[in-house]
Design a protein around this ligand. Structure first.
Ligand code: APR
Ligand code: ZN
Length: 245
């Protein structure tokens, strides 16, 4: 059984994708029966789609909110929360996922670079902060309004929009010594570049998933398997050496 040693001076940067939530019953995007099957991304996940057909966009994200509410964290989410508990500020988790399964598993040092299903924000970008919103809306008329009066939109980063928290992500990559990438096809940028940024700094990089990602060549090791099956027990954390008395 493969194991990943985590040394006493390692700083770990974890990037997760839809694959880590697959064993919680949430579909990935690019699998043959995935979220994009039967949809054109352009019709759902772009600013133009929101402008042209807000009802379709809200229907898609309302359905995903309903699915997410029925899902539970799986052993992979829990293994990452346990690793964070051991490493503390030497651990950082960046997820491309918009579900809240990492939080519900106990992860705290985490950013959602593609936004969050459980939040909505002003569709006119008036500057009001995103609001907590678990609403599953049967029609557009049910969707709430921003304080400025504009309709709310899902707090999701659409294609063509800037990912969130890139400053903090870059800083954490720059100081990482080990990058773990879990359950992502490596199809979407800038996330698919993170492994190259880390390797340039001399970090080790391990991919974990059942299929080789598109950027497989950039990794120092690949652990083939489902995250929920391989993550528990995968990490061997070296006790940090207590400071000399
Ligand atoms: N454990 C680990 N990985 C898995 C599992 C599993 N049980 N099941 C599937 N996978 C892997 C697949 O092999 C695939 O590589 O998860 C990956 C899912 O890839 P995608 O569907 O492309 O999802 P992701 O890489 O997260 O997409 C990135 O694209 O559509 C946008 O914004 C969306 O954040 C998303 C981004
Ligand atoms: Zn507003």
């Amino acid at each position: 059984m493969t194991s990943i040693p985590i040394h006493a001076n390692d700083r770990v940067f974890v990037l997760t994708g839809a694959g880590i939530s697959a064993e919680s019953g949430l579909p990935t995007f690019r699998a043959s029966d995935g979220l994009w099957a039967g949809h054109r991304v352009e019709d759902i996940c772009t600013p133009e789609a929101l402008e042209m057909n807000p009802a379709l966009v809200w229907d898609f994200y309302s359905k995903r909110r309903a699915d997410c509410a029925k899902a539970a964290p799986n052993p992979a989410h829990i293994a990452l929360a346990e690793l964070e508990a051991k490493l503390g500020e030497r651990f950082f988790l960046c997820t491309q996922n918009v579900d809240d399964l990492h939080e519900r598993a106990g992860s705290h040092r985490l950013v959602h670079m593609h936004g969050e299903l459980a939040k909505s924000r002003c569709s006119e970008d008036c500057g009001a902060p995103p609001v907590e919103d678990h609403g599953v809306y049967a029609s557009l008329s049910e969707v709430g309004r921003c304080i400025c009066g504009a309709r709310l939109r899902p707090h999701i980063v659409f294609f063509g929009e800037m990912p969130l928290e890139m400053g903090r992500i870059q800083k954490e990559i720059d100081r990482s010594t080990l990058m773990l990438v879990i359950g992502t096809s490596g199809s979407v940028y800038p996330a698919a570049n993170f492994v190259h940024w880390a390797s340039r700094n001399g970090a080790r990089a391990v991919y974990i998933g059942p299929e080789r990602p598109l950027n497989a060549g950039a990794f120092t090791a690949i652990v083939e398997g489902k995250a929920g099956a391989v993550l528990p027990g995968l990490f061997v954390v070296e006790e940090s050496v207590p400071p000399a008395q």
